[in-house]
Design a protein around this ligand. Structure first.
Ligand SMILES: [Ca+2]
Ligand SMILES: [Ca+2]
Ligand SMILES: [Ca+2]
Ligand SMILES: [Ca+2]
Length: 545
């Protein structure tokens, strides 16, 4: 699975809103809804302002918390993020030396693992199904049936994974291929139709009246006139254009369609495409430039956690002013690599992150042991890990979204400091975001994840939705609690967040079969995170020394 923004609403409403010059009250409320105080409004927001007011009334002084944003890269000079960016004080920028000897040259704001063996950034990568299929093809589909069968018997787990991956890959690959072929045929047909009419109208600028006035002395002319009339009636935007201009536009349009489909065939499902080739053999692979070619997702996530509060620009992150965002780029446009996930977790932990946000996931994970080891390492260091539950509207108790805190088919968790976050909505009657994964055992908590307004590249702002947005809301809540109660352990921070959720027994529809379930049964805590209640509970349990 790609980065976890649920794509639909993004397309519909993304980018439009911040273009407006003035912001009315209704729009402002919408932008801030995820901060709503549940106690006062009944809307399942996290109550950020109320939390901060309470802490202020107790005269508590915060200490900043380093939060690792393991993502697609962050625009670190964004106007609403630049004051919240982690600086590695022991490293000198741009001198080509690893001054702090942590294994990474010039890593002043984080690290970028999505670079090829020559150190150059890449954006596109394949899907894991493609890679798993390619990896095991020589073992199970070599052409030597006896040898293949021997391997199938020896490696049943890998064989199962290969079959599953091959099915996913084949479905996608051949449908993309057929679709692209189908589209070509359709495009050719339309182009032929347009060319035929062009020969008839020559340089004429099309208009409804103009078409009506054309002669119809033969059956052929009559036929073409009817076709032209059809064309102009169904495409009023062609008014005033010549057929040559219309053909040029059509060509461009078909070219674009081909390009996006070709992208799937070129990268996502192309067994030959491997931008990571050779990079894992290089110690300290990657580069110090942490924005990368497409920082939309990572910047949006970073803003939710920590965009500067109260500076009268953009928006307010949950823990703005209380965090240092460390950008660890390891999510490409495609499936992230297990090696990069593990390396990203270790980098963030080793360089001082106390909280990690991981808004990514995928259905296959061939090197998951590497990731489990990194998760255990982070857990042993008392680092809180937040992971997006995924946007498939599936029950994670029997569908795995990697990286997971559970080994395949197991119900006992690996790490105590791992929190899987589902997405909730602004509407208490439809509290579960329709796309969000869920799971009585394997999803821990819900957090706002629809209509979330945050920072995006080029000094801009946009709405997005997804469990990708819910996870950083929760991570921001943890950062806020921890900033004011720095002596608390990771387990205690998790405990107060879990014990202070707003539960709801509202009945919601889940899964493709629209099964009816109580919201409180969809996660371990049964509720939506509330930092206002969490800080009060933290104060009560751990605040008075
Ligand atoms: Ca370094
Ligand atoms: Ca340096
Ligand atoms: Ca880079
Ligand atoms: Ca701001």
């Amino acid at each position: 699975m790609k980065k976890l923004i649920a794509p639909l609403l993004l397309l519909v409403m993304g980018f439009q809103v911040f273009a407006q010059e003035t912001v009315d009250q209704q729009e402002l409320e919408k932008r801030n809804w995820f901060h709503s105080d549940f106690t006062k409004t009944g809307i399942y927001g996290v109550g950020t302002d109320s939390a901060l007011e309470f802490l202020k009334s107790k005269n508590l002084k915060p200490k900043t918390v380093v939060v690792g944003v393991l993502d697609s890269g962050v625009e670190i000079d964004h106007e609403d993020l630049k004051n919240e960016i982690w600086v590695n004080k022991k490293e000198k920028a741009g001198n080509g030396k690893d001054n702090d000897k942590n294994g990474f040259v010039d890593d002043v704001h984080g690290w970028d693992f999505c670079a090829d063996a020559s150190g150059k950034d890449y954006n596109e990568d394949s899907y894991e199904a493609t890679r798993v299929m390619t990896l095991y093809k020589s073992k199970f589909d070599s052409g030597n049936k006896a040898a293949d069968m021997e391997n199938m018997r020896k490696m049943p787990v890998e064989y199962q994974m290969y079959l599953k991956a091959r099915k996913v890959w084949a479905d996608k690959y051949y449908s993309a291929k057929n679709k692209s072929a189908g589209n070509d045929a359709e495009a050719n047909q339309i182009m032929a139709f347009l060319e035929e009419l062009a020969a008839y109208t020559k340089d004429m600028k099309l208009s409804k009246a103009g078409v009506q006035a054309l002669p119809e002395t033969s059956a052929e002319e009559k036929d073409k006139k009817a076709k032209l009339d059809f064309l102009i009636s169904n495409n009023p935007e062609f008014e005033g254009k010549t057929m040559a201009e219309i053909i040029a536009e059509a060509k461009k349009e078909f070219g674009m369609v081909d390009e996006s489909e070709n992208k799937d065939l070129l990268y996502a499902y192309n067994p030959e495409y491997d931008p990571a080739k050779g990079k894992f053999d290089i110690k300290g692979y990657g580069n110090a430039e942490v924005e990368g070619p497409d920082a939309f997702h990572g910047s949006h996530v970073a803003g939710i956690i920590g965009a500067t509060r109260g500076n009268k620009i953009g928006m307010d992150g949950v823990a703005g002013g209380l965090v240092q965002i460390m950008s660890v780029r390891m999510v490409p446009d495609g499936d992230e690599r297990d090696e990069d996930v593990a390396a990203g977790i270790r980098y963030a932990v080793d360089n001082g992150a106390k909280i990690l946000n991981m808004s990514f996931g995928k259905a296959f994970s061939p090197n998951r042991e590497l990731v489990y080891d990194a998760i255990k390492y982070a857990d042993s260091k008392g680092v809180l890990m937040f992971h997006a539950a995924g946007n498939d509207n599936k029950d994670l108790d029997y569908n795995t979204n990697y990286p997971s805190n559970f080994k395949d088919n197991e119900m006992e968790s690996i790490a105590k400091n791992w929190i899987t976050v589902g997405a909730s909505s602004r509407n208490p009657e439809k509290l579960k975001a329709s796309f969000s994964n869920f799971g009585t055992v394997k999803v821990d908590i819900f957090a706002p994840g629809t209509e979330i307004y945050s920072t995006i590249p080029d000094q801009s702002y946009s709405y997005a939705q997804g469990t990708s947005m819910a996870s950083p809301v929760a991570a921001g809540c943890a950062a806020l609690v921890w900033a004011y109660f720095p002596h608390m352990t990771s387990e205690q921070v998790k405990e107060v967040l879990f014990d202070s959720v707003n539960k709801s027994d509202v009945v919601v529809e889940v899964g493709s079969e629209k099964d009816k379930r109580k919201f409180s049964d969809l996660s371990v805590t049964g509720g939506v995170i509330d930092v206002n209640k969490a800080v009060r509970l933290a104060y009560e349990r751990y605040g008075k020394k």
